[in-house]
Structure formats: C-alpha cells, structure tokens
Design a protein around this ligand. Structure first.
Ligand code: ZN
Length: 217
C-alpha cells in the first residue's frame, strides 16, 4: 500500500494494520477478493493447485498476480488446467485452492526457514584443527539427512563451504568463494535448505535450530 494514489479516502486511517490483508480477510466469506483477476470473468476462482512456494528474500516484494494488490515476499505458484500459472500471495492462494490452512502452513514453513537462516550464522560454530569454522546440523523432523558444514579459507583470504551430507562430501557447487565467512555460511544454508517449499517438505515437521545446547556439551 505504498502508492498513496491507490488508497481510497475510506481507507485513509489504516493505522499500522495491513489494510490489503484486512480487506481480503473480511472478504473470506464470499470466497475471494475484490480486485484484480478476482473481478475477471474468464479467470477461474477455484480448483487451483500450488506447485511451489518461494521466498524471494528479505526486503523484496512482488505484486500478487491474482488480486494485483498485495505486495508479497512468499510467492505461491498456482497451476490451473484452464489458465496460465499465477504467482500469488498466501491469502489469494488459500482461496484459489480452497484450503486456507494449507496455504498458511506452506508460508509458515518458509517464514520458519527465514528465521533459521538469519540465526544460522549466529549459532555456535566450532573451529577445526586446521582453523576452519564448522558446524554440525543433525537430522531432524524436517530434514532426514545430517550435515556438517566446514568453512575453508583460501590463501587469498576468501571463504567457501565444504558440505558433508550423510557422509557424502562436496564443495559448494559452482566453486564459489566469498569475501566473508558469513556469506559462505549463508550460501551453504541456501544450498542445503533452498528458499522454496515443495510437496516433499512436511510443513508440520519444521523445527527450530535449537540444538546448540546439546551440541556444545
Ligand atoms: Zn492476492
């Protein structure tokens, strides 16, 4: 709602609530929104299926292609047999697939992931005999694989990531090296846990990264 011209006089006093969201929620009873493609006759309003959800990143926003109003960070890709794919926000997705809970759960998974990512670099990292930072990420309900991430330092003082997954070793794909350890750690996180949801992820299984206490014993 940053565009002042798009705000009607009746919505001037929004305070700090998200007026777009509030309006959509108020419209839940009638099964859709009041803007954009919700008003177009040839756009199907139900029987959509979500194929993927992506976190486009902190501070970034796209406009929902269904209501053409909401600014969204978590982009639900919706598929329909009789229409082109649309990238939409959580509320529109819930209406389109007739499952508000499912859409909310997918988004919760990605929000959880985003906070884990933010936390990742601040967790306790140990130092190997060679002087490299490393951290174990034990398997959990979300990820049945265990990982060890090691951050090697080059003679040019750049950093990359070495990732051991269930005993299989690999360097960060693309042979990427970074100016800082933090960047290398985040690249490893994104490689192991990509910023997207798909059917293989159980959104109820996501757990927070609170294993430090056990590990550092
Ligand atoms: Zn929308």
């Amino acid at each position: 709602m940053s565009d002042a011209q798009s705000v009607s006089p009746s919505k001037k006093n929004c305070g700090d609530h998200h007026c777009g969201e509030s309006r959509s929620q108020a419209l839940e009873g009638i099964g859709g929104g009041s803007t954009g493609k919700w008003l177009e006759k040839d756009v199907p309003k139900s029987n959509w299926v979500c194929t993927n959800v992506k976190d486009i990143g902190r501070g970034k926003r796209e406009t929902c292609e269904m209501c053409e109003k909401m600014q969204i960070r978590y982009v639900h890709k919706m598929k329909h047999n009789n229409y082109e794919s649309l990238d939409v926000g959580c509320i529109c997705a819930g209406h389109m697939e007739g499952n508000k809970f499912g859409a909310a759960e997918r988004e919760r998974y990605l929000k959880n992931r985003a906070s884990r990512r933010k936390n990742w670099v601040n967790l306790i990292w140990k130092t190997s005999d060679k002087g490299n930072s490393y951290r174990k990420a034990p398997k959990n309900r979300d990820d049945p694989r265990s990982h060890v991430v090691i951050i090697p330092k080059s003679k040019y003082n750049t950093y990359s990531a070495f990732i051991e997954t269930d005993g299989e070793n690999e360097m960060l794909p693309g042979n990427r090296w970074f100016a800082t350890e933090v960047e290398a750690k985040l690249a490893a996180f994104d490689y192991i846990w990509p910023p997207s949801w798909n059917q293989n992820v159980d959104p109820n299984g996501m757990v927070d990264e609170n294993t430090d206490n056990e590990e550092s014993k």
